[in-house]
Design a protein around this ligand. Sequence first.
Ligand code: CUA
Length: 443
Amino acid sequence: MKGSDRLRRLASYAFVAALVVAAVSCNEAHPNTTLVPHSDLGREIDFLWDRLLLLGTIVFILVEGILVYIVFRYRRRENQGTPPQTHGSTKLEIAWTLIPAVILVFIAVPTVRTIFITQAQAAPGSLNIEVTGHQWWWEFKYPEYGVTTANEIYLPVGRTVNFRLRSADVIHSFWTPQLGGKRDVVTNRTNYMWYTPDTSISSNVWNGFCVEYCGASHANMRFRVFTVSQQQFDSWVAGQKLPARFGAVAPVAPSGGPVPPSPAAPAVTMPPGAPGAGTPSAALAGAAQSSVAAVPTGAVQAGYIFPRENIPEYAVPHSPIPPDLKFTAGLTGNAARGKQIFSSSACIGCHSIAGNPAAMGVTGPNLTHVGSRSTIAAGRFPNAAAYLALWIKNARKMKPEVIMPTLGLDEYDPILKAKVTAAGGGLTDQQIADIVAYLTALK
Ligand code: CUA
């Protein structure tokens, strides 16, 4: 092959590779890319990345160009004797010290600028969220509003949010690729990070991850960020502030008056056929859906929940169910009975439910409005009755090494390496179905 043909072919390969990179980086269909930032912090980091990539590319092309030229121009030829030997060149040494120093200045100036911007304190009036990393889930508190939730946050677009990052155990790292980050969540230390979601991303969902290896279920420590309008956010907050209640969401009395009494508890029908044998039925997948989709203009109605049907595919988990985990078909749960069982079982040792004085535990996620969330197990499964039932039955098969104990009667606990007995508090499928009915009703 002639040299010019080879060069032409190499050039065409490089062109195709560049096209692929460009397509991947620009495509909105890649929801976890950092190259399409949607916040001020994200843009600052993106600016630095672009600048350094440009400088690095220029240096690479220059250095490689000179190298390739020298290699070909001065390569050994036939009948050529030993070339003249030289030692040391003050001019050259000064040049290759000065040139990198100048390049470093061009890199350092934008880097230091970005560090100062991103490390500055959040603007006054920012929305504060206290983030606590746990093995393996995220606790979120909105101190101004007295709201505690888990694995899902709602952010009003256009308002700066100030995250206060702490860990309950080991080192985690908090990251929402398209919004900003990542920042470590370190034991015995508080880190901060802020960003302002763009006003153009109202009504969107973003994936969040733990990005510091933190144990067996590090990969199952995810969260969702819902960017919503200020009005939807106000409505969501008003709903989350209310104690747990069954069924439909009642509007908040404008004067801050008493909360209307809870309507009757709904029943949840378990899926026909064991969920372990396949995908849980579509009918049940909707069991935890919100009935409140839109908030009319005017007075704030409590209880906005991001409509489940609007959640994009990339934010819906598809984790497989362990094949050996089954659930009795056709059971109907009773929420009132479920509340009783929940309130007298091990559940209350770890979980809080505002409005249920028996449930005061703080080791596990706060379940006050668990029915309003789109996922369970820190983003590992959809929040639907069929998954929730299996989760309660044997969480340790659903998510490796999870602290949540195995509760199903006669289930094998992979950590304790023993079967759960009735004396040990094992729950029957019917009892679990009742608890599921209770929890899914907590909107
Ligand atoms: Cu938490 Cu990885």
